[in-house]
Design a protein around this ligand. Structure first.
Ligand code: HEC
Length: 211
């Protein structure tokens, strides 16, 4: 082995040792800042973002949305569930920031502004469906399927999200009121029997709650 090669190898070894020692001090010394009110360094944020997008793209690529995604009944059912389970984090037409949303990091996207109209519809909807179903690790986005939400209810929400950015506050409230309300396990009550204890409609702006 030439002398030069040995020097280069020794140099790499030294760099690796210093990096390892630095990493150990940062890790064991508790220097990693996990607070939600301090953003990541831009480079760290970009790395996480890139990993997230690639991971979702890979997993959502084989999902085909149902043919009746624009069915008005689907959209309406999604409205009730959105108001009950999502609006506090993702906002609704006419509402400004919520206390909850302001404190979260990453900030939940404002889905009243995230328009996927005009994008290749099935890919964008499949992506949203995947995120709603599986959630996103180490963010506040829950995996709704774990709470028992059925695939059909997740598609209803996905269908609703396509319409949401175009809705005025009045149209939104009308849709929520016309929906069959919501259920926390994702099984939407079809009955219009108002004596049913599980059927109710949350007023826009109200907080998610247990029946
Ligand atoms: C407690 C807060 C919270 C609740 C409740 C919540 N989400 Fe999220 N959601 C998030 C956060 C935070 C992100 C962003 C995660 C990230 O960037 O890694 C997110 C991301 C998403 C995305 C991906 C958006 C994009 O374009 O990247 C969709 C779609 C979504 N949520 C839909 C929903 C739906 C539908 C509901 C209700 C069933 C819901 N979320 C409830 C916090 C929440």
């Amino acid at each position: 082995m030439s002398k030069l090669l040995l020097v280069i190898l020794a140099l790499f070894g030294a760099i690796a040792a210093i990096a390892g020692a630095y990493g150990a001090v940062v890790y064991y010394g508790g220097f990693i800042d996990v607070s939600a009110d301090t953003p990541h360094e831009p480079i760290v944020f970009d790395i996480i973002l890139g990993a997230r997008e690639r991971a979702i793209e890979r997993r959502a690529r084989d999902i085909t949305p149902p043919a009746d995604l624009s069915d008005p009944e689907r959209v309406e059912r999604g409205a009730g569930n959105y108001q009950a389970m999502c609006a506090n984090c993702h906002l609704s037409p006419g509402t400004r920031d919520s206390e909850l949303r302001k404190g979260l990091y990453p900030t939940p996207p404002d889905l009243t502004k995230t328009s996927i109209e005009g994008t290749p519809s099935s890919a964008a909807s499949a992506r949203q469906y995947w995120v709603i179903k599986h959630g996103i690790k180490a963010s506040a986005m829950p995996a709704w399927s774990k709470g028992g939400m059925e695939d059909s209810a997740i598609w209803d929400l996905t269908a609703f999200l396509r319409r949401l950015p175009a809705l005025s506050p009045k149209q939104y409230q009308g849709m929520v009121a016309a929906s069959d309300g919501h259920s926390h396990d994702g099984v939407v009550e079809k009955s219009h029997d108002s004596s049913s204890p599980r059927r109710h409609v949350d007023k826009p702006g109200s907080k998610p709650h247990k029946d």
